[in-house]
Design a protein around this ligand. Structure first.
Ligand SMILES: NC(=O)c1ccc[n+]([C@@H]2O[C@H](COP(=O)([O-])OP(=O)(O)OC[C@H]3O[C@@H](n4cnc5c(N)ncnc54)[C@H](O)[C@@H]3O)[C@@H](O)[C@H]2O)c1
Ligand SMILES: O=C(O)C[C@H](O)C(=O)O
Length: 354
């Protein structure tokens, strides 16, 4: 009887948390009184924009990551549904949902890593810069929350245009007095995933065996694959170089056009974001030799931000690698990339300083 009593109490506690009244009473969408808190040692991760095309798949993938003990899912719509759904996966991370601006601070407090895929995606005919008007304000607000509630967190910024949203985030953090350049990382992993895939197709290799550094930024000509540095060492014909460079630079547009108005890359992006977040968490844990490409504060060129390989450690991007030797084709590409990047970075900075 004693056992039944305990069990009934437990069931009553859990059921109480399933009622809409209780959900409304709690400021957080979760199961606060449940015994099952996961108990995993691990990192606390928030996804801002978790109910979106990227956000939902990314939430699923981060729930599967054994390095995550607590997963906060925040959005201005549909966070409760995504949270309920993902929370039923029998993996270690405990999931809590947060809906709307009033719950942003709760979503962010105590986080080690904040991943931001919030904002509108492109439709055919648009450039990433066309998203600036709406996404700049969204990123500003969310980063103000980060500065206030988890100023030491690593931030993975996905929202486009990344070439401008990363400078926006940096300016917000500077204004708040919390800026640590090592901790602000623009996510360019999808460019690398595409480059590895397309190069592997041309070489007839398994993409997992291929490593293509992609530097510069994350839009059109600013996406600069360094095919001369591909591993395993490979040579390409001029036609192959032209084809691969164009396809990698326009990979996002290829998906936008194929989706024909229904958005941009979400599944491959969630995969790439989860891969990059996992690298950040392994760095935070102290693993050695965690190296990924990312758009970060940089002294590699004269520009304040630039994507190159970085080494991820306990404090974020602890080392920013130089470009290495470039061939003539890549040197010309670099100049074009820098010209466009300079304007995008300036636009982001001015948005906050104006
Ligand atoms: N860095 C990259 O490689 C890369 C790749 C693909 C997409 N993106 C960008 O990621 C962004 C999201 O793309 P998507 O396809 O997931 O779009 P989506 O419209 O499917 O989802 C965006 C989500 O953001 C939410 N949102 C809007 N304002 C918010 C706010 N203030 N706070 C929290 N959440 C908010 C929306 O409610 C929505 O759920 C776009 O800007 C897109 O261009 C970047
Ligand atoms: O192309 C887009 O608009 C989305 C994203 O930046 C991508 O590269 O897929």
């Amino acid at each position: 009887m004693e056992f039944r009593g305990d069990a009934n109490q437990r069931i009553a506690r859990i059921s109480a948390h399933l009622t809409p009244q209780m959900e409304a009473k709690n400021s957080v969408i979760g199961r606060e009184n449940c015994r099952a808190k996961g108990g995993n040692p691990g990192f606390k991760v928030a996804i801002l924009g978790a109910a979106g095309g990227i956000g939902q798949s990314l939430s699923l993938l981060m729930k599967m990551n054994p390095l995550v003990s607590l997963l906060h899912l925040y959005d201005v719509v549909n966070a409760p549904g995504v949270t309920a759904d993902v929370s039923h996966m029998d993996t270690g991370a405990v999931v809590r949902g947060f809906l709307g601006a009033k719950q942003l601070e709760d979503a962010l407090t105590g986080m080690d890593l904040v991943i931001i895929p919030a904002g509108i995606p492109r439709k055919p005919g648009m450039t990433r810069d066309d998203l600036f008007k709406i996404n700049a304000g969204i990123v500003k607000t969310l980063c103000e929350g980060v500065a206030k509630c988890c100023p030491n967190a690593i931030v993975n910024l996905i929202s486009n245009p990344v070439n401008s949203t990363v400078p926006i985030a940096a300016e917000v953090f500077k204004k708040a007095g919390t800026y640590d350049p090592k901790k602000l990382l623009g996510v360019t992993t999808l460019d690398v995933a595409r480059a590895n895939t397309f190069v592997a197709e041309v070489l007839g290799l398994d993409p997992r065996e291929v490593d293509v550094p992609v530097v510069g930024g994350h839009a059109g000509v600013t996406i600069l694959p360094l095919l001369s540095q591909v591993k395993p060492p490979s040579s390409f014909t001029p036609q192959e170089i032209e084809y691969l460079t164009n396809r990698i630079q326009n990979g996002g547009t290829e998906v936008v056009e194929a989706k024909a108005g229904a958005g941009s890359a979400t599944l491959s992006m969630a995969y790439a974001a989860a891969k990059f977040a996992d690298a950040c968490l392994r760095g935070l844990r102290g693993d050695a030799n965690v190296v990924e490409c990312s758009f970060v504060a940089s002294q590699v060129t004269e520009l304040a931000f630039f994507a190159t390989k970085v080494r991820l450690g306990r404090t974020g991007a602890e080392e920013v690698y130089q470009l290495g030797p470039l061939n003539e084709y890549e040197r010309i590409g670099l100049e074009k990339a820098k010209d466009e990047l300079a304007g995008s970075i300036q636009k982001g900075v001015e948005f906050i300083r104006k």
